[in-house]
Ligand binder design. Structure first.
Ligand SMILES: N[C@@H](CCC(=O)N[C@@H](CS)C(=O)NCC(=O)O)C(=O)O
Length: 275
């Protein structure tokens, strides 16, 4: 069975001194999109290989990656996995445009916001995505298969027909239980306030984007696909950042959450009039 086919992204220079860069992703995955945007920001040419979700774990292993998660990149045979490590490897490979400020205090602040985006916000968005998919598998397939992918027809069929099984595996792998999702939802107001404060303080969404913008922006953009959640984010500074960092995030996540899950979000702020 074909496990991955490729697409070459010629957004700019080669990896550097003729380097060959391959990016492994799962279509629709928030962390994968962060990896792609980091490479695009650097203008590094790469070949993208889309993997079937859940099956990607075994494929990465067979390719010699130590961890089970995407994004994963090979830079001339050197394996780097995880968005934090990828950002640092790319910064080393091609310092301009930078992903991190030179000033040590500012770099520390950017790294704090980056970690928050990579851990708290990314987990919350992913878990909510799986919870919404369990309630309505089309919420899952519209995101995974909704964009341009290089999964061929057979693998698209595997994703569509296997959505429930993939969601079961992902729920286990990422602890995306209903309880965890309800907690994630109730924590969104705090996370959104924190991001808006960073933006208003000039740490995020400044003139030059940093690794922290890519981490937070992509996960906010995924949250904007949720019909249940988007009206409470649109119109906020956080939404502006999300649209700037990730203008396109295919898919539509229809309203599926019980009203009581949404109460903390609704209680925190009214939806913006322009949402
Ligand atoms: N926080 C890491 C995690 C990435 C992650 O969990 N990726 C998911 C897809 S969105 C994945 O590969 N999950 C499969 C697994 O961890 O077994 C990052 O930013 O790179």
């Amino acid at each position: 069975m074909v496990i991955a086919s490729a697409m070459t992204h010629r957004s700019g220079i080669k990896g550097g001194a003729g380097l060959k860069v391959t990016l492994y992703v799962v279509p629709g995955s928030n962390a994968s999109l962060t990896g792609r945007l980091l490479l695009d920001h650097k203008g590094i040419e790469y070949e993208r290989k889309d993997l079937v979700p859940a099956a990607h774990v075994g494929i990465l292993k067979s390719l010699g990656f130590p961890d089970m998660s995407v994004p994963a990149i090979k830079i001339d045979g050197r394996r780097v996995q995880g968005t934090l490590s990828i950002a640092r490897a790319l910064e080393q490979l091609r310092p301009d445009p930078p992903l991190f400020p030179v000033d040590p205090a500012r770099r520390e602040a950017v790294e704090d916001a980056e970690r928050f985006g990579e851990q708290e916000l990314q987990h919350a968005a992913r878990r909510l995505f799986y919870c919404a998919g369990r309630r309505e598998p089309e919420n899952f397939t519209s995101v995974v298969l909704g964009g341009e992918t290089n999964l061929g027809p057979a693998r698209r069929l595997i994703v569509a027909a296997g959505a429930r099984a993939i969601l079961w595996a992902a729920t286990r792998g990422h602890g995306a239980t209903d309880e965890a999702c309800r907690h994630a939802m109730s924590d969104l107001p705090r996370m959104l306030d924190r991001i808006d404060a960073w933006i208003e303080g000039g740490l995020l969404d400044a003139e030059v984007l940093t690794a922290a913008d890519f981490q937070t922006g992509v996960n906010l953009r995924l949250l904007l696909l949720f019909e249940d959640i988007a009206p409470w984010i649109e119109g906020r500074p956080a939404a502006r950042l999300a649209h700037r960092v990730a203008p396109v995030y295919p898919g539509r996540i229809r309203a599926v959450f019980p009203p009581e899950w949404l109460e903390p979000l609704h209680a925190a702020a009214p939806p913006r009039p322009d949402a």
